[in-house]
Design a binder for this molecule. Sequence first.
Ligand SMILES: [Zn+2]
Length: 425
Amino acid sequence: MKPRSKFERTVTASNERLSTIGSKVVEWAVRKVLSHYAFRTSGHKCTCGDCGEKFDYKGKGKSVRCPHCGHRLQVVDTLVRNKAEAGYFSTLEAIDGLQVQRVFLLKAHYKKGSPMRMYSMEVCRLWLNAQGRIALTSRNRTMGYYRDCFNWASSIELKQICDVHWIISDTYVYPHYAAIPELRRNGMAGRLPDCHPMRFMQSLLSDHRMETMTKAKDCKAVAYFVSHTLELDRCWQSYKVATRHHYRPADYGMWCDTIRLLERCGKDIRSTRYICPVNLKEEHDHWLKKVNAMEEKRRNKEQMEKTKRQEADFYRNKSCYFGIVIRDEDLEISVLDTLEAYRMEGEKMKHCVFRCEYYAKTDSIILSAHDLKGNRIETVEFSTRQGKVIQSRGICNSNTEYHARIVKLVNDNAHRFLEARKSLA
Ligand SMILES: [Zn+2]
């Protein structure tokens, strides 16, 4: 890709001038990025994956220190003799007034009996100028089963940035980094927040709120809000009030959810009474319950209103069946004769007779079967077209011990519905 702007021309020129990274960086990356294993066979013989020496370890612990090289190792019980691992790491450098994140791939091979072999290769570089513009220089990508396949023979050149570059650059940063003066001015110093380094630097240049949080050393908030900018818009005022009162939530995701719930409940999201809870989880669940109840009420109201509009049809179609009661010595089965009765039946029996608008069906009749004390047992749907019961269900759509008896009783009385229907015609 040819450089088309002044920024891209500077990037191309600076790209040529970067030097190779030092051995200290690679040493750090080996410790940070790779896993370190002790391969243990059934006889408790361990082989250190790092130095290749053997030692005995019978303990139950998952980690052990190699007596030869002194590295802390993760014990794996396996007969495997070879193992490969890979991971990305990056460094931050400043050159010609540009900030660059260099991304490297680190590969390691463990082979029993010999020290670990590893090598690192530079994959791509993400460039950022003081105005927050981003450019990329990278090796060519190749087609492969994995998306992060690169042609190691190609050189690092100006390319279009794509999601693969964003994903692989979301990785460890060597702690001894250099930053351009604009970033340092906006508070970038010391430990970096646990988030995408380039996204962080970009927003630090463009968003004064990031600057405020970074200068306050609130790494947790920065790490969360870098990838949740909409939440930052919503919660910024609350954040300012909370920090003024030295309140720092342990979990920013949950805290922002709570703010949203408070807003839904019409509460003041600048009041420390609401936004600085001692027990965040409890507060969150409390307001969630409130919002759920509100939502439930709203849905019911909406349906009741819709139902009102259907009420006239309901009475025209069903009133001829009202008053029909089918009895035996223990049971009483009666036609539901108001919309409120449908709602109650659905609520008490925890099924969808009301929600699914059975009252609007023109070819069926809904009956409620209860014992002589009035306890609900099952809800029955009788089809006038088929002239028989098509379903009968207990609480939560279960079957009860009376099921067969109820179905038979209603079916035996089918003629009463059909006669009532004739009177309607
Ligand atoms: Zn060792």
